[in-house]
Design a protein around this ligand. Structure first.
Ligand code: DLL
Length: 433
């Protein structure tokens, strides 16, 4: 269902006129209130009144992750703290976390964006939503909570973890919707099987998964194991959290962007030139309605492409292709660029293994060596070494044939790879250890 007919099906001309006005207001807003942006704009000789068309976005400075770190925690905040009603933060594996402050209106807008996202994934007022995204500083938990609340759903704020309890809740409360990361959905599916609970026979019917890259093959695997339709949410703390992009009935690997709130561009990550629709590059966002911390031209590092065609679902909102990797996740193995998602797709086609894997990069002399540890299915593992060798060779051959690199594959025992409760960590770079 379309939550907001007006904005989700608006003509492009009207949308762009609306975006321009909000962009102009936002540039003036940060110019007057955020010394970091005043300095950057002054250095470029750009005044807010120079933004006369959407193409003028290209005149604005970029914002990068280190700018957020350098201004930690609230240096980029455009409102006094007494107008900030909530702060989220991303955990960040290295360095300081990224903070996301919100005004009351920012929270209201976020709930609207989340309601659109859930609604497009097929969630309705009568649904019982089990929210297994981490509730806390992470934007996933409260972001989905507010969206489901706006829709009028019944919410089970389970948060992530305690997987056995998730299954008990799902069963006892009759959850119809599961909200969590795709890797956690797999963990839940596996635990249910262990406990002898067939999720396909429960009332669960929809999942809204996101916060990490996952392939179409992984989506199908989760749909099969749980007997549900798996929708997708995309977003980042720097913009608001989830609610930036969402899938619809047309599961064609593209996600709609709430472009009345978030202006999207694709740039060449090296030359920083804006690329036309349909070309692949780095996604750059400007928050054009946010008041507490509207970022200009934030470089996400996520690699994708945009397209603007009316979707069969009726929405006119611009679409981004499903993100399968970040520029900083890209592995360069013997000069070949490899995204972990390419390997995931291939592994999921092999019936003898589980969708549980890790990639390990080591230095072998002067060369980089990639190895893939993947769990064998229990019945395959029990067949013994010879069978495992055969499966390893099969996967090595597929990876060589499709991606063009030589890798060492190891079929490891069932349940030997750590299960995810949030964002899965699947790449270990032993060169940096
Ligand atoms: O992951 C927000 C979120 C929560 C999105 C729940 C969807 C669901 P961060 O922790 O700041 O925010 O991480 C943002 O995660 O730049 C992408 O690289 C990645 N990411 C998020 N959603 C997807 C997705 C949340 N659907 C970073 N597919 C982003 C691929 C995703 N990558």
């Amino acid at each position: 269902m379309i939550w907001n007919e007006k904005f989700e099906t608006m003509s492009t001309d009207e949308m762009q006129a609306n975006q321009l006005k909000n962009l102009q207001d936002t540039v003036a807003w940060v110019y007057e209130r955020v010394p970091f942006y005043k300095k950057k704009l002054d250095e470029l000789g750009v005044k807010p009144q120079d933004i006369k068309s959407l193409e003028d976005t290209a005149k604005l400075p970029f914002t990068v992750k280190t700018d957020l770190r350098d201004n930690y925690p609230f240096g980029l905040c455009a409102v006094p703290m007494n107008e900030v009603v909530r702060v989220h933060a991303s955990s960040g594996t290295t360095g300081k976390p990224i903070t996301g402050p919100y005004t009351k209106k920012d929270l209201d807008d976020w709930a609207e964006c989340m309601a659109r996202s859930l609604s497009a994934n097929g969630v309705k007022k009568d649904d019982i939503c089990q929210n297994a995204y981490g509730l806390g500083l992470f934007t996933g938990g409260l972001g989905f909570h507010q969206g489901a609340e706006r829709l009028g759903c019944t919410i089970i704020p389970a948060s992530s973890g305690m997987t056995e309890r998730q299954i008990t809740l799902m069963k006892d409360f009759g959850a119809t919707v599961l909200l969590c990361t795709p890797s956690y959905a797999l963990t839940i599916a596996e635990k249910a099987q262990e406990l002898g609970v067939d999720i396909r026979k429960l009332p669960l019917r929809v999942g809204c998964f996101g916060a990490e890259p996952w392939t179409v093959e992984m989506r199908q695997e989760i749909e099969d194991r749980m007997g549900i339709k798996a929708g997708e949410a995309y977003g980042l703390t720097e913009m608001m959290g989830p609610g930036v992009g969402f899938s619809c009935d047309n599961q064609d690997g593209f996600l709609h962007i709430n472009e009345d709130h978030i202006l999207a561009e694709i740039i060449d990550p090296v030359t920083e030139e804006v690329l036309p629709l349909g070309e692949k590059g780095e996604l750059v966002f400007t928050a054009i309605q946010r008041r507490a911390m509207p970022l200009l031209r934030y470089r996400t590092r996520d690699i994708t492409e945009l397209k603007r065609e009316k979707c069969s679902c009726g929405r006119t909102l611009i679409r981004m292709k499903k993100v399968l990797g970040r520029s900083d996740d890209m592995l360069i193995i013997s000069g070949v660029n490899v995204f972990p998602s390419q390997i995931e797709s291939l592994l999921l086609e092999v019936a003898e293994v589980e969708p549980q894997y890790v990639l390990i990069i080591r230095k072998k002399g002067y060369l980089d060596a990639l190895s893939v540890d993947v769990e064998a299915k229990p019945e395959v593992y029990d067949m013994g070494e010879e069978k495992l060798k055969e499966v390893e060779k099969l996967i090595e051959g597929r990876i060589r044939g499709v991606i063009g690199i030589g890798v060492k594959v190891r079929c490891v025992p069932p349940k030997s790879i750590e299960r995810s409760e949030g964002k899965a960590k699947r790449v270990f770079d032993a060169r940096k250890l």
